[in-house]
Design a protein around this ligand. Structure first.
Ligand code: FAD
Ligand code: SF4
Length: 508
């Protein structure tokens, strides 16, 4: 009897554990484009197109290699439109009683598979560099789960950027040399664009027809959709942008969507690239003298450190993670997150880029949209839905810990040791957004004062009880305490007025 081998849209890797465990002669690979996933939440059209196009090409490659693939296209009349529905339908069709799958990166799907009235064997996802038990052993008994220490463990485990048992160059982390603002540069290296082939074009038409009401533009879709294209994108990054990655990783420039970032996360997260291989290639570029250590280390830390660490947290904490709301924030996410319609140049820029590309880089996500959502006290579950739907690289195992944890502090500090909040000053230092803004970043109060300046203090005052004793926030609270009482009152009441206008649907 055949068994069903489930391959999800973010599991497009030939060495996937479920495929490894399967018998090509007798088993049936099940793949399905379903509305239950694409429309819940309403994902960005470019993200749906990326996944469907990559799935179709991956399925074709499997068939070429002799696999039997039961592939459901979105508009097939008998498509059950959900993952469990499709598995049950295929079980009937092929007389199968058993499903083999690689554990999904989303608790909702894990629970759904575990409840199927079929025998389900869930295998570990071996595409990660660390195992879950390795992470949990590391976490056990620790008071704080700081990424930096887990990252060191991963460096030792893989030997990447190690000099014997010491870190290459003598330090584990070279961020001190990074964090430079960027200048507009005519010779800014461009990110390669992959011209849609016939398969992608057909998918783009389908997505345009079926998901027209989702936030996001479809024109301009140019993501790699095969492992071969993704490898080209990685080559290009290592040859042309990795060198500038370290110094400029926190920089933001109007009109520059990518700067020195890799834009590899969409391909990486659906399985078209191997994370360990990417780290080794960045290390090789450093060892060959092509890129400085601070850039290679900075890039490797994002993958070997952050990416592995956030997954460990999400899987360890369990299905309740996305419901966390430690700061009890309840404001509805304002419409500006969808419309981009605001006089705040920074926010407008990031929402616009997100709509156009299904992408924004880390500091834009953390210090513009994330910072704003946290300062206004937006409901973290709604913030999570937004991030999960608008970015091409968003899958819950990586999006939720970054949003709920790092950005919104809703996990009470499991990931971040202090909330990532800032006034306009930080944004002005790291970008040129303020130069073209209707608000004045230097103004702390009064007409035209930058909203970040008002909201920053409103947030700190509101949560003083929780954060005052945080050793990393002592000086900030000392500044607040020294401020004249009348001045404080003005700041807080102007912040309240801003929030009232926002809740009223007025353009911020
Ligand atoms: P680069 O800057 O070139 O970094 C290289 C790689 O490192 C990335 O491709 C990514 O795989 C990894 N990486 C970097 N930072 C992180 C991080 N904090 N956590 C995990 N991996 C990281 N990343 C996602 O992959 N999916 C998400 O849904 C996602 N949601 C986020 C939500 C918020 C609120 C924040 C603050 C960050 C989020 N991130 C997410 C992390 C990060 O912003 C993206 O990984 C990065 O912007 C992807 O672009 P890039 O490939 O150009 O990354
Ligand atoms: Fe953003 Fe304030 Fe600068 Fe305007 S002035 S771009 S709102 S930080």
């Amino acid at each position: 009897v055949s068994r069903l081998i489930l391959v999800l849209g973010d599991q497009l890797t030939p060495t996937l554990s479920a495929l490894d465990a399967a018998d090509r002669e007798t088993d049936v690979v099940v793949m399905a484009e379903v509305r239950g996933e694409a429309g819940n939440p309403k994902h960005h059209p470019q993200k749906i197109a990326l996944i469907f196009a990559a799935m179709r090409k991956f399925a074709a490659a499997l068939i070429e290699e002799g696999w039997t693939v039961a592939y459901a296209r979105l508009t097939d009349t008998d498509n059950a439109q959900s993952i469990d529905g499709e598995l049950l339908r295929r079980a009937d069709e092929f007389g199968a009683r058993e499903v083999i799958c690689t554990t999904p990166g989303d608790w909702r799907l894990i629970e759904l598979l575990d409840e199927l009235p079929l025998k389900v064997t869930r295998l570990p996802d071996t595409r990660f560099i660390s195992t879950q038990s390795e992470f949990e052993d590391w976490a056990e008994g620790r008071k704080e789960l700081r990424m930096e220490y887990f990252y060191r463990l991963m460096r030792k485990k893989t030997g990447i950027l190690m000099d014997g048992d010491k870190p290459e160059g003598g330090k584990w982390n070279y961020d001190h040399d990074n964090r430079k603002p960027a200048e507009a540069d005519l010779f800014q290296p461009k990110v390669p664009r992959f011209k849609p082939d016939d398969v992608t074009r057909e998918v783009l038409e389908l997505v345009a027809d079926e998901f027209a009401d989702h936030f996001g533009d479809l024109d301009g879709f140019a993501y790699p959709t095969t492992a071969k294209e993704a490898a080209k994108a990685a080559d290009d990054f290592i040859a042309n942008r990795l060198e500038g990655f370290g110094p400029y990783q926190d920089a933001m420039l109007t009109g520059e969507a990518h700067l020195y970032h890799s834009i590899l996360s969409p391909a990486l997260n659906i399985g078209l690239l191997d994370p360990l291989d990417l780290c080794r290639r960045a290390e090789a570029a450093y060892r060959d003298g092509k890129v400085p250590l601070n850039s290679a280390e900075g890039f490797i830390r994002q993958i070997l450190g952050w990416r592995e660490y956030v997954r460990g947290i999400y899987m360890m904490d369990g299905p309740g993670y996305t419901g966390r709301n430690a700061l009890r924030h309840e404001r509805d996410l304002p419409w500006v997150f969808w419309s981009g319609d605001t006089d705040m140049a920074c926010l407008s820029e990031v929402v616009t880029l997100t709509r156009e590309n299904a992408y924004a880089h880390h500091i834009q996500r953390l210090m513009i949209t994330g910072n704003f959502a946290l300062l206004i006290g937006a409901d973290p579950a709604q913030v999570h839905d937004w991030y999960l739907s608008v970015y091409a690289d968003a899958f819950e195992w990586v999006e939720a810990p970054n949003t709920i944890g790092m950005s919104q502090f809703a996990d009470g500090g499991m990931i971040a040791s202090k909330p990532y909040v800032s006034s306009g000053n930080y944004i002005d230092k790291m970008s040129n957004y303020c130069d073209g803004c209707a608000y004045d970043v230097r103004k702390k109060t009064g007409k035209g004062a930058c909203p970040f300046n008002l909201l920053y203090w409103w947030f700190l005052d509101r949560h003083a009880q929780r954060f005052r004793k945080n050793p990393r926030m002592g000086t900030i609270y000392a500044t607040w305490d020294r401020m004249d009482t009348d001045r404080k009152k003005v700041i807080l009441s102007e912040a309240e007025e801003f929030l009232a206008r926002l809740d009223n649907g007025e353009t911020p």
